[in-house]
Design a protein around this ligand. Structure first.
Ligand code: AGP
Length: 609
């Protein structure tokens, strides 16, 4: 996610803002910028790259100001470069704005504002907001009214901070879905995406809620709803250390990122809706130019590919193969111009995946990449890119990237199916409605876990295990693989994922009372078969931990431990079923006292063969 810092007060705004942006660097970013009100003008400086580039330059430029805003950009729309970096200015250069989130209706707003004579300089969705405020100001009595009117027209997610020559003693902020907090100082006030940005100055904060805007001066903070009515807000004192604050109070980034999945899935849906609904073009791909698909990926991304095979073959009815990228590149695959090769990669820098892409391209295949990092190598070498909007994934163990990859792959399947006639528009909309319910279902499960700690208690029962077996069938067999990968990569316990039907062909020899057997047993066409497999395990004194739904009573009676998850469409069940397994691995690794975010021998992005 992007980082926002704003300041107004007695100190040098430049230093406070740069210091604050540095404390948000953990959020990941590709460019940074600052805007200050200096001698009746707005001074801006923004660059692709790290904050230190800005800092060096600002030291050379003697600017002093008491009010300003700054931003670290995690690109969602528009490549990482100087022009797309925030802040963005209106045509009159009297308004500067920074934004974190996704403006879903930016295409429509950009068309409208261009027709009204506004000139755009960037490819970002964000820039439409500052021109919208400028446009609203033409028929508003004051800046606040214009700001409020503009914010009310936005669809999607936003945390916004604005400074303006029209009212230079005030920072204007607004929030919907993307976090924004206000820090209360003595004769000075702060705004930021996250508490660490100003925690060294004050720990007294006001958390803005969705659909609220605020005016912040050096001595006063006023909060309003979108009707312009004042809202009373509580001041909260933050007890966190700086390190805890960077993880938003979570002990590790992995736990924070597991809990960010509802927002990440929601952002991935809203960030891709425009091409799904054909309001914009999914560039670089002719859906009639291929008659089969090959998926290449590594690790967790490979598991997403195995699930996508079910989507693409069962729903879009197109033959689909899935390969480990490291195997694909040496198996002399049959590839031609009628093949679509889909690479799935969180980082966009995985060497094996890039090599597989280059091999496919040489054989004249079309390349689509599903990626989480704008401007990464994979996105520059693919013909078409579908982004996940998970925000930066800091922990080595991939969690929110995985669930957003499944979301993006499902959206592509709907798009392809409608074009190939295997789904009607009504069926696409029905599936889309199911998909849009996922964030709240994930939220429900995660909130219940925070209250009851069911997964944590079961992890406490098994954290001394030496081996573990994970079983699943059909669309949830890859979830067994993913659950096993999560456990082994952060707790170093040997864990094996297996198709439940394959257990009797070998792994059943492993089972005794010391080997936990995790079984994914949610509603679906193969549930009865999975129940039989659970009975086979029980007959050999195995202890079963079952991921299942409340309505599946038989599993509840058979299993020793139950991880209950909300019921969703079978094809979407992997997105929900994986979450208790992510938490199970996390708690075990934490109980063992390991470095959860940086497991031994592992790197976040494997950029070597
Ligand atoms: C998963 O938890 C691991 N971090 C690893 O398997 C990862 O999924 C794999 O290296 C692929 O990375 P990518 O998605 O960035 O290409």
């Amino acid at each position: 996610m992007c980082g926002i810092v704003g300041y107004i007060g007695k100190d040098n705004a430049k230093d406070v803002i740069v210091d604050g942006l540095k404390r948000l660097e953990y959020r990941g970013y590709d460019s940074a910028g600052i805007a200050l009100i200096v001698d009746g003008e707005i001074f801006t400086y923004k660059k692709q790259g790290k904050i230190r580039n800005i800092e060096v330059e600002l030291r050379r430029v003697p600017v002093y100001s008491n009010v300003g805003i700054g931003h670290t950009r995690w690109a969602t729309h528009g490549k990482p470069n100087d022009v797309n970096a925030h802040p963005h200015l209106d045509c009159t250069k009297k308004i500067a704005l920074v934004h974190n989130g996704i403006v879903e209706n930016y295409a429509e707003l950009r068309r409208e504002l261009t027709e009204k004579g506004h000139t755009f300089t960037s490819q970002t969705d964000t820039e439409v907001i500052v021109h919208l405020i400028e446009e609203e100001l033409k028929h508003s009595s004051d800046f606040f009214t214009a700001f409020l009117s503009a914010v009310k027209r936005l669809q999607g997610s936003y945390a916004i901070a604005v400074i303006t020559l029209h009212q230079p003693d005030t920072v204007f902020v607004a929030r919907k879905d993307s976090p924004l907090v206000i820090g209360l100082g003595e004769g000075e006030n702060f705004v930021a995406s996250d508490v660490p940005a100003f925690l060294s100055y004050t720990n007294r904060v006001i958390f803005l809620d969705d659909f609220e805007i605020a005016t912040v001066t050096s001595s006063q903070v006023s909060v309003f709803d979108l009707n312009g009515e004042r809202v009373g807000k509580q001041t909260v004192t933050i007890p966190w250390s700086l390190s805890l604050a960077e993880k938003a109070g979570y002990k590790h980034f992995m736990l924070k990122e597991i809990n960010e999945q509802p927002r990440a899935v929601a952002d991935t849906i809203s960030g891709n809706l425009s091409w799904l609904r054909k309001e914009t073009e999914l560039e670089g791909i002719d859906l009639n130019s291929f008659n089969r698909i090959q998926i290449v990926a590594c690790g967790t991304s490979y598991h997403a590919g195995l699930i996508a095979k079910f989507y693409l073959e069962n729903i879009a009815k197109i033959p689909t193969e899935v390969d480990y990228a490291s195997e694909y590149r040496y198996r002399d695959p049959i590839v031609d111009e009628k093949t679509l090769v889909i690479s799935i990669t969180q980082s966009g820098e995985t060497a094996d995946t890039l090599a597989a892409m280059r091999l496919a391209k040489k054989e004249r295949a079309k390349l689509l990449t599903i990626c989480n990092v704008i401007g990464s190598t994979a996105t520059r070498e693919a013909d078409t890119v579908i982004y996940t909007y998970a925000g930066p994934e800091i922990s080595v163990a991939s969690t929110k990237a995985f669930t957003t990859q499944l979301t993006a792959l499902f959206l592509f399947t709907l798009y392809l199916s409608r074009e190939r006639g295997t789904l009607s528009s009504e069926e696409v909309e029905r599936y889309l409605r199911e998909l849009m319910e996922l964030p709240s279902k994930l939220e429900t499960f995660l909130n219940l876990e925070k209250e009851e700690g069911v997964v944590r208690k079961i992890a406490l029962e098994f954290y001394r295990a030496k081996d573990a077996l994970y079983l699943g069938r059909h669309v949830n067999y890859p979830i067994a693989l993913e659950g096993a990968l999560k456990l082994k990569e952060i707790s170093y316990i040997h864990a094996e994922g297996y198709p439940a039907g394959e257990m009797k062909h070998g792994p059943i020899a492993l089972i005794d009372e010391n080997v936990p057997v995790v079984v994914v047993a949610t509603k679906g066409k193969v549930l009865e078969k999975v129940i039989s497999n659970i009975e086979e395990v029980k007959a050999r004194k195995g202890r079963v931990i079952a991921v299942t739904n409340p309505s599946v009573k038989k599993v509840g009676e058979l299993a020793d431990f139950i991880l209950q998850v909300p019921e969703v469409d079978e094809y979407l069940s992997p997105v929900v079923n994986v979450v208790p397994l992510q938490l199970f691995a996390y708690y075990i690794a934490d109980f063992l006292g390991y470095d959860v975010d940086q497991p031994r021998n592992l790197a976040k992005s494997v950029t070597v063969e």
